[in-house]
Design a protein around this ligand. Structure first.
Ligand SMILES: Cc1ncc(COP(=O)(O)O)c(C=O)c1O
Length: 464
């Protein structure tokens, strides 16, 4: 069976030792909506976790290279996070204050501003509803309010969330098509993807061509696209299959948005706080955004989302972006502790070194197996694109093999390693471990990947 694009909902059969049925999974299957997603591909019910490891109800341990989709920078139950949570409870700080200030909220803001990219340090912060998607919504609303324009330019392969506004900005068609009209006046341009260029050219030529298109769309008076309020981009596309934005493309986007007086929004929901080997991925590639969207890691594993933006954009009405849970006290405490620890322990630098070790390991697997078409990433955001080496597209690039990636993901689970898949046809096996992962654990992840791949034989796919 083929796995069409977007079918991350598929439940591939186990490749070897069958998972014993778990009554929690079974009850979940009966009670929860069919929109549930992760348990379909990762059918485990978890009871405990520590560091980079989680344990299921049968007592089996798994190396967690998904880490709450990147939310757990310090892994599970890091002592500084646990202590910060205990302190809030011991001190009796109110847990929910809407946006009334508390010492915990104040400490979070001061802590975050201390480490922000320099140009945003005299900017403003807005607490959003506690999801990345709500923060992206806020960023777009801010840009629209500030510019008086409505349009947004986004990129193919982007992922910005699942609300109807953020879905409009997202690339994956399968989740959009059933819904009809989403946020209007959104245009997508090609992202300069590595390995599989939308232009059928080399990666560097592709980056230059994608940059030219952005410049054309924003500055050519015949482009057909009304000057947009905002351009939104991820410095490394995560769900889009681990696609780092080339610095030359970032420079062009920045130049063109300035020329058009368009707000540049960097969605660092997944890349922020050290994950890519620098504290802020947008800063490392010179994107220099007007608005930074942050969630996941900045909440220390608890729900928290903010935008930070240049002060001059701050012209909107009181209550223009409201919501009940904008800065929940436990999340603020966990987040401040996490930011402090990431900086204190030099975890961005560690992510860079660990990422190098991880990609070298994956490249070694690729050297022995042509089904690993491409290995890429930045820091601890790494991916291996699986392909069918026997079938090439019109550009001579082997076609993505989502069927194989799904089997490898399941076979890795059976070997005690949790990974995610993403990208075109979900053919990219994604590694997104906590930043505290050890070298030994990384080596285990790579070994499991190689062993899983070897366990899936081409002839098994005959019926796909
Ligand atoms: C880059 C990016 N933006 C936005 C989101 C949406 O965040 P949330 O799932 O918290 O709404 C995600 C989630 O994975 C993301 O990776």
């Amino acid at each position: 069976m083929a796995y069409p694009e977007g079918l991350r909902l598929a439940e591939p059969p186990a490749t070897g030792t069958a998972e014993p049925a778990d009554d929690l999974l079974e009850r979940q299957r009966r009670r929860e909506s069919s929109a549930r997603s992760y348990p379909r591909r990762l059918p485990i019910a978890l009871v405990a976790a520590s560091g980079s490891t989680v344990r299921d109800r049968q007592g089996r341990e798994y190396l967690d290279c998904l880490a709450g989709a990147g939310a757990l920078a310090l892994g599970h139950h890091h002592p500084v996070v646990v202590q910060a949570l205990r302190d809030v409870l011991d001190e009796g700080t109110p847990l929910s204050t809407l946006d009334l200030p508390t010492p915990v909220r104040d400490r979070f803001v001061e802590q975050l501003f201390e480490v922000l990219p320099e140009p945003l340090r005299d900017g403003r912060i807005l607490f959003c509803g506690p999801t990345g998607a709500d923060a992206v919504e806020a960023a777009v609303k801010l840009a629209r309010t500030a510019t008086g324009r409505s349009g947004v330019l986004a990129f193919g392969g982007a992922y910005h969330g699942m609300t109807q506004g953020t879905l409009a900005l997202t690339g994956r068609k399968a989740v959009k098509e059933p819904l009809g009209t989403l946020l209007p006046d959104v245009h997508h341009l090609p992202f300069p993807t590595a390995f599989r260029s939308p232009f059928g050219v080399s990666d560097s030529d592709g980056a230059a061509m994608a940059g030219r298109l952005v410049e054309w769309a924003l500055t050519d008076d015949l482009s057909g696209i009304a000057t947009p309020a905002a351009v939104i981009a991820e410095p490394v596309q995560g769900e889009g299959g681990v696609q780092p934005m080339p610095p030359a493309f970032a420079a062009t986007v920045r130049r063109a948005t300035r020329a058009a007086n368009t707000v540049l929004i960097a969605d660092e929901v997944q890349t922020g706080l050290g994950r890519t080997g620098d504290l802020w991925a947008s800063e490392a590639i010179g994107l220099d955004p007007d608005v930074l969207v942050l969630s996941k890691a900045i909440g220390g594993g608890l729900p928290l989302a903010v935008i930070v933006h240049r002060g001059e954009l701050d012209g909107w009405q009181p209550g223009a972006h409201a919501g009940t849970f904008r800065g929940q006290t436990l999340a603020l405490a966990a987040g401040a502790a996490t930011i402090r620890e990431v900086v204190r322990a030099g975890l961005a630098q560690r992510a860079r070194e660990a990422g190098r070790r991880l990609t070298e390991g994956l490249l070694a697997v690729a050297a022995d197996d042509p089904r690993v078409g491409h290995v890429r990433g930045r820091g601890l955001m790494a991916g291996a694109e699986l392909v069918d080496p026997g079938v090439v597209d019109a550009d001579g690039v082997p076609v993505p093999d989502g069927w194989l990636a799904a089997r490898v993901q399941r076979a890795m689970l059976e070997r005690g390693v949790i990974v995610e898949v993403g990208g075109t046809h979900d053919a990219v096996v994604r590694f997104l471990p906590p930043l505290i992962i050890t070298d030994d654990e990384l080596d285990r992840a790579v070994e499991a990947f190689g062993a899983a791949l070897r366990s899936v034989h081409a002839d098994e796919g005959a019926d796909r």
